[in-house]
Design a binder for this molecule. Structure first.
Ligand SMILES: [Ca+2]
Ligand SMILES: [Ca+2]
Ligand SMILES: [Ca+2]
Length: 270
């Protein structure tokens, strides 16, 4: 057998053996991840940034699509409550059919259809009350309405058309709180690391944007939320990131300014 063929076979065998463990573990939709940190600032669920720093202590998920932003963090008033902010930069119209949607695979066990540990929360229109919210639970084949929740304890939501620190043009902002005792993610493996998908819809132009950009009905294609006990490290807070970026710009500018001097000095010297 030719040596090149042997090498190729060895590589294939090595790749196969490396790939084997991943086939035994459930996999969320790769590249779409966020960390759910303990809040430093308790959010006010009023459908806008109540302070200029209200959501700086929530991580920015990876691979956010253009024009769509969401984050979450949690508090512990007497049980775990997850808080979301969802912004749709290009929606500034209050249509009755506008919606935001959160899908949650509480056990992170995926599948091609929603199971009983999978939930879907739709907030349709702009009437921030129980009547605007519909909750669904998977039944193995699809979704069935779930009525075992209460307003405002299980779910509370508010929305406005407002400017925000993320986009100065007034746009749709939704804030939502979700009781994680009811939508219990402690059974995920690892615990408190459910899979999730967040989507927005603007009825005025029929646009749906979703994170990940996948179907609402296929838990295998949702992203990963990893809940942690601590607050966001200071180095990751948005304010510090902005500050560090500014420092980086200043430092880069300094070196960019210095370089031509050095080069011209060398040129003169030689
Ligand atoms: Ca707020
Ligand atoms: Ca709209
Ligand atoms: Ca599931």
């Amino acid at each position: 057998m030719k040596r090149s063929v042997l090498v190729a076979l060895s590589i294939i065998l090595l790749c196969s053996s490396l790939a084997l463990p991943t086939t035994l573990v459930n996999a969320y939709y790769a590249g779409y991840e966020t960390t759910n940190y303990l809040a430093l600032e308790n959010p006010v669920i009023d459908g806008m940034w109540s302070t200029s720093t209200e959501w700086d202590d929530a991580e920015i998920p990876t691979n956010l699509p253009a024009d769509f932003h969401w984050r979450l963090k949690w508090t512990y008033p007497s049980n775990i409550v997850a808080h979301y902010i969802i912004e749709f930069f290009t929606d500034n119209t209050t249509n009755a059919g506008d919606y935001i949607q959160i899908c949650l695979d509480c056990n992170a066990d995926g599948g091609s259809t929603p199971q009983t540990n999978d939930f879907r929360i739709d907030y349709v229109g702009h009437n921030a009350s129980a009547s605007g919210v519909t909750v669904y639970q998977g039944n193995g084949a699809g979704w069935a309405e779930f009525t075992g929740w209460t307003w405002p304890d299980s779910i509370f939501v508010n929305d406005t058309i407002s400017a925000s620190p993320l986009n100065s043009t007034p746009h749709r902002i939704v804030e939502l709180s979700m009781d994680r005792d009811l939508f219990d993610t402690s059974g995920a493996t690892p615990a408190y690391a459910p899979w999730t998908r967040v989507a927005v819809y603007d009825e005025s132009n029929g646009t749906v944007i979703a994170w990940p950009p996948t179907e609402q009905d296929v838990p295998d294609d949702w992203g990963l939320e990893t809940g942690v006990y601590e607050s966001i490290p200071e180095a990751l807070t948005v304010g510090v990131v902005v500050l560090l970026s500014s420092v980086a710009v200043v430092v880069s500018f300094y070196f960019l300014r210095k370089r031509p001097k050095t080069e011209s000095y060398k040129l003169i010297k030689t």
